[in-house]
Design a protein around this ligand. Structure first.
Ligand SMILES: Nc1ncnc2c1ncn2[C@@H]1O[C@H](COP(=O)(O)OP(=O)(O)OP(=O)(O)O)[C@@H](O)[C@H]1O
Length: 333
């Protein structure tokens, strides 16, 4: 039986809609994806973040059925997606980075074309409304702005009410208002039970939408989990301006913390990253001996700040080459 004739496997309720196990993907000798595993359940949005060239698009294209894994397994609604078998075609949709819209058609004609191919499509008026393009129904696609084309792309992907949706940078080129409206639309889809895999460079987008996320770097997941868990595991930050009379080696050791020096706004700063299971109490336990040390030396800790790690902190640490959430952050001990 050819790939094209193979039906989608029976997919039981409660099982992941997307399942990836130790996926590896090579281009010749170069291994672009080096053993990633994750699941996305119905009613969940999983965000794939990462540095340029990390392997996100390669992973998503494999799940979309454009590439056969070099090793490992991928399943979409229980089926092997390679070659986009007919059993999956009606149930899975995607917004890709490069859309295939016909410039001469109007917005309404474009929607109708996709509706003709869908089993149980939404009404045209509903698609126009949810994409905010009602006033552009009679306008040719080539006259739409970049952000409006992106919204149309999304409308075409959702009009068949897919169970699985791949979104590759879906809000690129959108103004902040359109981006917010798109987030609402995506959030509604997820609430109605769709499993969504999102790749994005907008950390705020991931923070807003993702139930779980992964940060990818050089083909591997370097951090993964619910947003709260990822940032909590990464640790709290204590920072202050390096006092003029203090050398780095004079700084005290703090429980559960590693110190690093960094330059911010032209000034030298000290940054402690505090880790440990006791997320509620660890920063307090590290701060007390720091304040004692400063008091004993008569040193003032200028612009002293204490805060939880943000997704951006985690992302930047990954991009700087830190090797994982359990690892020491970049910088000196
Ligand atoms: N067709 C190809 N042939 C050879 N190498 C490729 C090919 N496609 C991608 N690569 C390489 O594989 C790596 C992963 O690329 P991929 O496009 O998956 O990354 P990405 O995480 O989507 O990056 P970006 O955020 O920049 O879009 C990169 O080093 C890229 O140069």
């Amino acid at each position: 039986m050819s790939t094209a004739e193979r039906p989608a496997a029976e997919h039981g309720a409660g099982e992941p809609a997307i399942s990836v196990r130790d996926l590896r993907q090579s281009y010749g000798d170069f291994e672009a994806v080096r053993g990633v595993s994750f699941d996305v359940r119905p009613g969940e949005l999983f965000a794939l973040l990462g540095t340029n060239g990390a392997g996100k698009t390669t992973t998503v294209e494999t799940l979309e059925g454009f590439r056969r894994p070099s090793a490992g397994t991928v399943r979409v609604l229980g089926a092997d997606p390679y070659g986009q078998p007919p059993g999956l075609r009606d149930r899975v949709d995607a917004v890709l980075q490069h859309s295939g819209l016909f410039p001469e058609l109007t917005t309404a004609e474009t929607i109708d074309l996709s509706r003709d191919l869908a089993a149980d499509p939404m009404d045209r008026a509903d698609v126009l409304e949810l994409t905010g393009l009602t006033e552009k129904a009679g306008v040719q696609v080539r006259q739409l702005s970049g952000g409006q084309k992106r919204r149309l792309d999304l409308g075409l992907a959702v009009l068949s009410r897919p169970e699985v949706l791949f979104l590759d940078e879906p809000t690129t080129g959108m103004d902040p208002e359109a981006r917010r409206a798109t987030w609402t639309l995506i959030g509604d889809l997820v609430r109605r039970g769709a499993a969504v895999l999102l790749t994005t460079h907008h950390l705020e987008e991931a923070e807003h939408l993702a139930g779980r996320l992964a940060i990818m770097h050089r083909g591997e997941f370097r951090a993964e989990g619910a947003l709260h868990d990822v940032v909590v595991e990464w640790g709290d930050r204590i920072a202050f301006r390096m006092p003029a009379d203090v050398r780095f080696e004079d700084l005290p050791e703090l429980p559960g913390a590693t110190a690093a020096a960094e330059v911010r706004g032209g000034d030298a700063w000290v940054r402690y990253t505090v880790r440990g299971d006791d997320a509620d109490g660890r920063a307090h336990r590290a701060m007390e001996p720091l304040l004692d040390w400063a008091r004993e030396r008569g040193t003032s800790l200028g612009r002293l700040e204490l805060r939880s790690a943000s997704l951006e902190d985690v992302f930047l640490s990954v991009a700087e080459g830190a090797s994982g959430i359990a690892a020491t952050p970049a910088g000196a001990d």
